[in-house]
Design a protein around this ligand. Structure first.
Ligand SMILES: *[C@@H]1O[C@H](CO)[C@@H](O)[C@H](O)[C@H]1NC(C)=O
Ligand SMILES: *[C@@H]1O[C@H](CO)[C@@H](O)[C@H](O)[C@H]1NC(C)=O
Ligand SMILES: [Ca+2]
Ligand SMILES: [Ca+2]
Length: 410
């Protein structure tokens, strides 16, 4: 990309472009007058003879100025967007020894949730506007993998009748275990590209999901991920404010209009807002804090959960990679984030230069001495478009938006 005045330095805020360009344009539009100076008095003699011509010239100059400003703003936005997407970032490999692709999963594995017993739920087959998708034109599925087994295999769960399975398009998932041990699976679903939350009961013996309920609500739009916090209470992230063509403008202007919603049968409310693109959401081991990934701002918000379910921001952990989904290591409490090292490669998919994968671990997220390390990184030769990583007993599963899934013994 050709630089223009004020090309931003990586890591520096971009307004430089505007700061450099605007005064320059303003100065150019008023020849002879330094930018910001008071207008000089018009010489009387010249004003009357050439007023019409001068007015025309001024009109053109104004139009040119406006055009210039618009182009500069546009250019600035493009540079900013490329920067935000890490468009020029290449991946340094970090690959644990014992990793292999999971045979049964070929068409994405958007989200993963592992039960304390080692049973992993994996949502697959998501079709989402703007994302590459190579899945055959068939409904999405939920797979189960038993991580206690020596060589775990993924097996598709049967899904009961009672909702439109043909339109099943699963996105974020979250499990909830009732006191009596019953396991519920909550799934963000996008039938016809709308958003619903489907609640299933998991039947371990039958390896099946019984559909119990579909939740729809005015505030539950453009849903991405979900974390269940009670029998019928959950937090969910909205990743776009607009659901129509305005979403392009939204991304272009980088409006921070997305939010986190709290849902319960008696109350639905926005509990945190101001995210550029709120994405993965999960809860700390002690269940006092909620972690929210903002994929576009490349950070994780640590939020404190209050009695009335409101969230307040405690801190923001800035990363150099686009954070998609979050999970918590059940033994250490560390946050694991499935990340997109370069979003431009993800959105402009090119098999010759595919998007890579990256998983980062954040230790001591609540203290000032947090530590961020890379657990896995690959340039796309093995795994493309990682969106989530989840750990159980030194075994890690890495899921992707549209590609394969990886199993690693750590
Ligand atoms: C994982 O990432 C995908 C991609 O955006 C998202 O839709 C899903 O909700 C996320 N799930 C998790 C683990 O939070
Ligand atoms: C990715 O890395 C591998 C080695 O790890 C290398 O052989 C391959 O050429 C790289 N691919 C791209 C697209 O850079
Ligand atoms: Ca999830
Ligand atoms: Ca996500």
């Amino acid at each position: 990309m050709k630089p223009f005045p004020g090309k931003p330095v990586p890591g520096k805020p971009v307004p430089t472009t505007l700061q450099v360009t605007l005064p320059w344009l303003l100065a150019a539009s008023c020849p002879g007058r330094p930018a910001g100076a008071a207008p000089a008095p018009e010489p009387r003699a010249r004003c009357c003879s050439g007023r019409g011509a001068r007015r025309q010239t001024m009109g053109k100059l104004t139009a040119l100025t406006l055009l210039g400003i618009s182009l500069a703003l546009l250019g600035q936005r493009f540079v900013r967007i490329r920067e935000k997407m890490n468009a020029s970032r290449e991946v340094e490999p970090v690959e644990p020894q014992n990793c292999h692709l999971i045979e049964e999963l070929e068409n994405g594995s958007e989200d993963i949730d592992i039960l304390p017993t080692g049973l992993a739920f994996i949502s697959t087959g998501l079709k989402y506007p703007g994302m590459p998708n190579f899945a055959p034109d068939e409904p999405g599925r939920i797979f189960l993998m038993d991580l206690k087994e020596q060589t775990p295999k993924a097996q598709a769960l049967k899904i009961s009748d009672g909702f439109d399975k043909a339109l099943f398009n699963p996105h974020g998932i979250s499990t909830f275990i009732k006191e009596d041990g019953t396991v519920y699976l909550y799934v963000v679903n996008h039938p016809h590209m709308e958003s619903t939350v489907e609640i299933f009961k998991f039947e371990e013996q039958q390896r099946s999901l019984i559909h119990l309920k579909t939740i729809k609500h005015e505030l539950l739009k453009s849903l991405n991920d979900i974390v269940v916090v009670g029998p019928e209470q959950f937090y969910a992230t909205r990743d776009r404010y607009f659901t129509n063509y305005f979403m392009i403008l939204e991304q272009f202007l980088d409006l921070h209009w997305t939010y986190v919603v709290f849902y319960s049968p008696s109350e639905v409310k926005v509990v945190a807002k101001g995210f550029s693109c709120a994405n993965g959401i999960t809860i700390s081991l002690d269940r006092k804090y909620i972690y929210v990934a903002d994929v576009a701002d490349k950070n994780i918000h640590v939020m404190e959960k209050h009695e009335n379910w409101d969230l307040t921001q405690l801190k923001v952990i800035q990363l150099g990679t686009l954070v998609d989904n979050l999970s918590v290591d059940p033994t250490t409490g560390d946050i694991l984030a499935g990340c997109h090292p370069n979003a431009m490669k993800l959105l402009n998919y090119n098999p010759e230069d595919p998007p890579g994968s990256e998983v980062v671990r954040i230790e001591n997220a609540l203290s000032d001495e947090q530590r961020v390390s890379t657990v896995y990184a690959n340039n796309g030769s093995v795994l493309q478009g990682s969106s989530v990583a989840s750990i159980y007993d030194r075994k890690m599963l890495i899921g992707t938006v549209f590609h394969r899934a990886l199993y690693c013994a750590l």
